[in-house]
Design a protein around this ligand. Structure first.
Ligand code: IFM
Length: 447
């Protein structure tokens, strides 16, 4: 096993999200989310599946926390379901919903794990969608700041960090341009407007939390990839450059440079967000952050005639995503050169493997190799001067993989959905050893 070169404070974690694991969709006053509605639309989710039960984590909280503690996990990244704590997305809060996250945070701390909270991992209260088209409305950004403020007042003294959004590109683009995710719009202009309101809500939430004196480090989680041309032709390289601008710079530039990237703005043309940008917005969006979370899975492989299948020298995951660990080093080095970055966490990294339990074991060698290669790539980025603060494997356990339903398994713990039995995969045991070894190394450094 490799010893990756991270400093002694490096955070070793795992990540999940509310809709993907909690279940208990109708319990204790939880309101409906846009994903509850989206899953009802025929053809949107493989096998018509949904998150009604998922991993039943809501009812198995203590058991799952014990399992994490047994694995030696140091930090847990989870998301809060907005409709569970504020069913209508505005107005009254739901004490029973808040109590669940209170128990979660206390349960982590009691077991020696740091809570990393995310406020929005795609489960918008359906009431906001119905009343004001969700993120198409500027008002939703202000409702989000109210919700953030409430979470800050309840959990802000105990969490290790608060991220506003998880992967706003997915919310904006997959949810509104391609219709692949909730709410299922296929309208470029809506996607552009939504992306602006998401960024605005991020800044407003940071400001609200700071105004209330929340001390936890604050940031955002963005999914990012380097983009390569399928060939070195000027046309393919231009296509790669544009894809990078639409995917990465579209979120980084407003936050760190106070503007949208010209290349992507030009591509959007009349469908861009210009109509919803108000004076002062970029000042809000650029509110300084304490950390940046990056989710990394693969690279973009672009050509002038559309996306191309990459060579996949290290293979493809069960999502058919190319395994491309060196892209993580490249991405981080580029970001570090282009922006003044706060400390960076890899807030998600992992792969779907078509694995199953055989005689009580799950031999997911591919997943171990995937993590191993990406941790090495991350260590390379650290050695190039990127301030890398931690790594969160996606995911703790198999869960509801959105439009792909339950067939795609990203967990280091196998979940049998019929019985809710958890089985540690080989990758979980491997990760336990990685964490233990690096913790031991850190202890000897401290001594
Ligand atoms: O499962 C998702 C997660 O919700 C967000 N990032 C990517 C993961 C794998 O697709």
């Amino acid at each position: 096993m490799k010893n990756y070169n991270f400093d002694e404070n490096f955070v070793w974690g795992v990540a999940t999200s509310s809709y993907q694991i909690e279940g208990a969709a109708g319990d204790d006053g939880r309101g409906a989310s846009i994903w509850d509605e989206f899953c009802k639309i025929p053809g949107k989710v493989v096998n018509g599946e949904n998150g009604d039960v998922a991993c039943d984590h809501y009812h198995r909280l203590d058991q799952d926390l014990d399992m994490m503690a047994d694995l030696g996990i140091k930090a847990y990244r989870f998301s809060i379901a907005w409709p569970r704590v504020q069913p209508e997305g505005k107005g009254a809060f739901n004490e029973k919903g808040l109590a669940f996250y209170d128990r979660l945070v206390d349960g982590l701390l009691k077991r020696g794990m740091q809570p990393f909270a995310t406020l929005y991992h795609w489960d918008l209260p359906q009431a906001l969608q119905a009343a004001q088209q969700g993120w198409e409305s500027r008002d939703t950004a202000y409702r989000f700041a109210d919700y953030a403020r409430k979470i800050g007042s309840v959990l802000g003294d105990r969490v290790a960090s608060i991220a506003t959004h998880n992967e706003p590109w997915c919310t904006a683009w997959l949810g509104n341009a391609t219709g692949y995710f909730a709410p299922g719009n296929e309208d470029l202009k809506k996607a552009a407007n939504v992306s602006h309101h998401l960024l605005l809500s991020h800044g407003l939430a940071l400001q609200a939390l700071r105004a209330d004196g929340v001390k936890a480090p604050l940031g955002i989680v963005l999914n990012q990839s380097p983009a390569h041309g399928a060939t070195n032709s000027p046309e393919d390289l231009a296509a790669a450059s544009l894809e990078y601008a639409k995917f990465v710079s579209w979120y980084m530039d407003p936050i760190f440079k106070g503007k949208y990237p010209a290349e992507a703005l030009q591509w959007y043309g009349d469908n861009g967000p210009q109509g919803v940008i108000r004076e002062g917005d970029f000042g809000i969006i650029g509110t300084p952050m304490d950390f940046l979370g990056i989710n990394y899975y693969t690279r973009i492989f672009a050509s002038a005639s559309g996306p191309k299948r990459p060579p996949g020298e290290l293979g493809f995951t069960d999502m058919d995503w190319e395994v491309y660990p060196q892209g993580l080093t490249e991405l981080l080095a580029r970001l570090n050169a282009e922006y003044t970055l706060p400390p960076v966490y890899i807030t998600e990294n992992g792969c779907a493997v078509n694995d199953s339990v055989v005689n009580g074991r799950v031999h997911d060698r591919e997943r171990i190799d995937f993590y191993d290669l990406h941790l090495a790539a991350l260590a390379d980025a650290a050695s190039l001067g990127v301030d890398v603060a931690g790594y969160f494997a996606w995911s703790l356990m198999d869960n509801f993989e959105w439009a792909s339903g339950y067939a795609k398994r990203f967990g280091m713990v196998h979940v049998d959905y019929a019985t809710q039995k958890r089985t540690l995969k080989d990758s979980a045991l491997w990760y336990r050893d990685v964490i233990a070894r690096h913790a031991a190394q850190a202890d000897s450094l401290e001594a």
